[in-house]
Design a protein around this ligand. Structure first.
Ligand code: MG
Length: 319
C-alpha cells in the first residue's frame, strides 16, 4: 500500500488469544502504527512476554496509554452489539490520486458505491483543482465526495482549495494541514471557521489523548477515528459527536477490523444520528493471504458479515 508516509509492504501486528478460566476463548488484534504515536509491534510483543502465559484482569486493565494497540486487543470483548439501530453502514470507496480516479468511478458506482474518497495533495494544486470538476461530473447522482490531503497542503494551497470547494457539495476535506506543521492547531481551526466546506481531522486525532485534546479545543469539524489505536476505545468514542464521526481502518486483519466495526455499530446504535457517515474501511483485498482480509470492499458492511470472521482460522494460520 502506498501512503503519505511511503510504501507500506508489511503489516506487522499481533493476534492475542485469551482463554478464561471458564474455558471461553476470545481473540483480539494489536495493530500498531508507530508513526501515528502508538507503540511498536516489538514493544507490544515484549509486554506480552513480560505478562507471561497467565494474566489477571487487573494486569490487563493496567496496560496503559503507552501500549494503546495492545490495550485495544485485550479490552475488546468481541461481543456482537445487541439492538444495533441499523444492520448495515455504507462504506466509502477509495479513488486513486489524479486522473486515474476518473477511470475507477464508473465501475465502483455500478457496484453500488455512493460514497467516494479522493486522495489529493500528491501533485500540483492547480492541476488537481482543475480535475475536481471532472471527478464530480463522473460521480453518479446522489453521490458524496470527500477529499483527503493527508496533511500535504500549506495554508495557501488549503485556502485555494477551500475557496474552490465552497461552490461544490463536498462532504468534507480530511487533514488539509499536517499535525506537525507550524501553528497547525490555529491554522486548522481558522480554516474550519473561515470556509463552508467541513474539515476532518485524521492524523491529528490518531491517539486517545490527541482526540481528547481536539474535543477540548472545540473542533467544529469531523473526527476520523481509528478504534484500533485508541486503547480503551469505547471510552473515547463515547465523547465523540455522533454526526461528526467517521470510523476508519488501521489496516488490521479481519480480527481487528471486526472489533473496530462492531464498535462502529455500537456507536451508531447508541447515538442514532440521522445517517451514519460512510466507513473508511474500503481497504480489502489487502493481504497476500486472503484469509486475513476483512469483508471484501463492498458499498455496505452488514453486522452479519462480521459474524463470518473466524479468528481461530487466522490464529491457526499463523501458528
Ligand atoms: Mg485520512
Amino acid at each position: 500500500m502506498r501512503t503519505a508516509h511511503g510504501a507500506w509492504t508489511q503489516r506487522e501486528g499481533l493476534l492475542v488469544r485469551l482463554e478464561a478460566e471458564n474455558g471461553k476463548i476470545t481473540f483480539g488484534e494489536c495493530a500498531p502504527i508507530p508513526w501515528f504515536g502508538t507503540e511498536t509491534t516489538d514493544e507490544a510483543a515484549a509486554l506480552c512476554a513480560a505478562l507471561g502465559g497467565r494474566v489477571s484482569d487487573e494486569q490487563l486493565d493496567a496496560i496503559n496509554e503507552k501500549h494503546p494497540c495492545l490495550r485495544f486487543a485485550f479490552s475488546q470483548e468481541h461481543t456482537r452489539p445487541a439492538g444495533a439501530a441499523s444492520d448495515s453502514i455504507p462504506v466509502a470507496a477509495l479513488l486513486p490520486a489524479g486522473r486515474a480516479a476518473l477511470e475507477k468511478i464508473s465501475a465502483l458506482s455500478e457496484s453500488g458505491f455512493r460514497d467516494f474518497k479522493w486522495k489529493v495533495g500528491l501533485a500540483d494544486a492547480a492541476g488537481e483543482i482543475a480535475l475536481l470538476d471532472d471527478v464530480l461530473a463522473a460521480l453518479p447522482s446522489g453521490a458524496r465526495l470527500r477529499l483527503d490531503a493527508n496533511g500535504a497542503w500549506t495554508r495557501r494551497v488549503a485556502e485555494r482549495w477551500l475557496a474552490r470547494c465552497a461552490d461544490y457539495p463536498i462532504e468534507f476535506i480530511e487533514q488539509p494541514i499536517a499535525p506537525g506543521a507550524k501553528n497547525s492547531d490555529d491554522l486548522l481551526l481558522g480554516l474550519a471557521n473561515d470556509y463552508p466546506t467541513p474539515l476532518a481531522l485524521d492524523e491529528s486525532v490518531a491517539t486517545a489523548s490527541a482526540t481528547h485534546r481536539w474535543l477540548q479545543l472545540g473542533w467544529p469539524g469531523i473526527f476520523v477515528t481509528k478504534p484500533s489505536l485508541l486503547g480503551d476505545a469505547a471510552k473515547v468514542l463515547a465523547a465523540l459527536p455522533p454526526g461528526r464521526t467517521v470510523f476508519s481502518s488501521a489496516l488490521e486483519t479481519a480480527v481487528g477490523a471486526r472489533a473496530a466495526l462492531r464498535l462502529a455499530f455500537q456507536f451508531y446504535a447508541a447515538a442514532k444520528p440521522a445517517a451514519p457517515r460512510a466507513l473508511g474501511f474500503g481497504v480489502w483485498p489487502l493481504f497476500n493471504d486472503a484469509r486475513f482480509d476483512g469483508p471484501r470492499s463492498a458499498p455496505i458492511v452488514r453486522l452479519a458479515d462480521l459474524d463470518k470472521t473466524e479468528p481461530e482460522i487466522l490464529w491457526n494460520a499463523l501458528n
